[in-house]
Design a protein around this ligand. Structure first.
Ligand code: AMP
Length: 321
């Protein structure tokens, strides 16, 4: 049962990505699971080529440094020909109405005078990402469910109209990982796309930068260290982070913490300890371009080998050879 997860390099990986997803990918993946840097999805709105190249390398380096198995990891654009070939076949399987109905398209295109075609068709590319690799399970949040549903529809339609080739995938809820909120506004989740530098702790942040961000974290004026997410979301977020870093529970880590200052310090130190080895290894990889390029190449070779036959069959069944 192949499970496929992607991470879009639309920004730098942050603590939420690490505690909520990457850490689990590194420690709990099954040998057939696949992970990819979905860089082709980071260009549906105007982007900087230089920045995309850099963010893709950063993302890959962080994943490798975190311990995500290299042979199960690839960069999407390294298989651009494969993903695009299937995306075209699936575009010709998908109706305009189906693409236009996607809620993400409606939301993201709203109010924009010039919407790129890629914003309409990226769910079809996502279907190609999923179907190309024979994915059976796609761990996604609520907002991506409709896209997996589209991939199911396209897989079934192609299989019926042209011949059985695709596994019909299923959306599964991601295993509950830590939910990390912004340090500056705990009502929002920590995110790489919102320009919230002070509230977002990046995996590559220097220890002193991390400490400063935690010192400035928003709490409240009660001055009472309790775990009450609804009433004291800022304090609860710090306790959640501390607990996640120590593989413990908020109820356990709260013991012995008497003030907000102590809590901020404890959370900062736990994060520094957790992220430091990942940061150091990622920086090493970014320094040594040869090693990272080799990891990238090997990951792409593996992914290509595993998907080649399925793609060739789809090309054949579509009547293209
Ligand atoms: P994204 O940054 O939206 O591309 O998400 C990549 C992965 O990180 C997904 O599995 C998300 O569920 C996870 N993730 C993103 N932000 C957070 C957060 N603030 N807390 C926990 N997990 C997160």
């Amino acid at each position: 049962m192949i499970k496929l997860s992607g991470i879009t390099p639309s920004g730098t990986a942050h603590l939420g990505n690490y505690l909520g997803a990457i850490r689990r990918w590194a420690t709990r993946s099954e040998p057939e699971d696949l992970y990819f840097v979905s860089n082709m999805h980071a260009m549906t709105t105007k982007h900087s080529a230089e920045e995309l190249r850099l963010l893709t390398s950063h993302q890959l380096a962080v994943l490798v440094a975190a311990g995500v198995p290299k042979e199960q990891l690839f960069v999407q654009s390294d298989l651009m020909r494969e993903h695009m070939a299937l995306a075209w076949i699936l575009e010709c399987t998908c109706t305009f109405g189906e693409a236009r109905r996607m809620i993400q398209f409606k939301e993201k295109s709203q109010g924009s005078a010039s919407v790129r075609l890629g914003l309409l068709t990226y769910p079809v590319l996502m279907a190609a990402d999923i179907l190309l690799h024979g994915t059976a399970r796609v761990p996604v949040g609520e907002d991506q469910n409709q896209h997996v549903e589209l991939a199911r529809t396209l897989a079934r339609r192609f299989n019926t109209d042209y011949g059985e080739v695709f596994v019909v995938p299923e959306a599964v809820l991601p295993e509950a990982g830590a939910r990390v909120r912004s340090l500056s506004d705990p009502s929002r989740k920590m995110s790489k796309s919102i320009s919230d530098d002070g509230g977002t702790v990046y995996v590559l942040d220097e220890p002193d930068v991390i400490r400063r961000k935690f010192r400035r974290a928003m709490t409240d004026s009660r001055n009472e260290v309790r775990y009450a997410p609804d009433e004291q979301p800022g304090v609860a977020n710090l306790l959640d982070i501390l607990a996640a870093c120590q593989d413990s529970t908020p109820e356990h880590v709260i013991q012995g913490i008497g003030s907000y200052r102590d809590l901020k310090e404890a959370a900062a130190e736990a994060v520094v300890t957790t992220l430091s080895p990942v940061r150091e290894r990622a920086l090493e990889l970014l320094e040594d371009k040869v090693e990272l390029a080799q990891i990238r190449q090997e990951g792409a070779d593996h992914a290509r080998k595993r998907s080649e036959e399925r793609l060739n069959q789809a090309i054949f069944l579509a009547g293209l050879v």
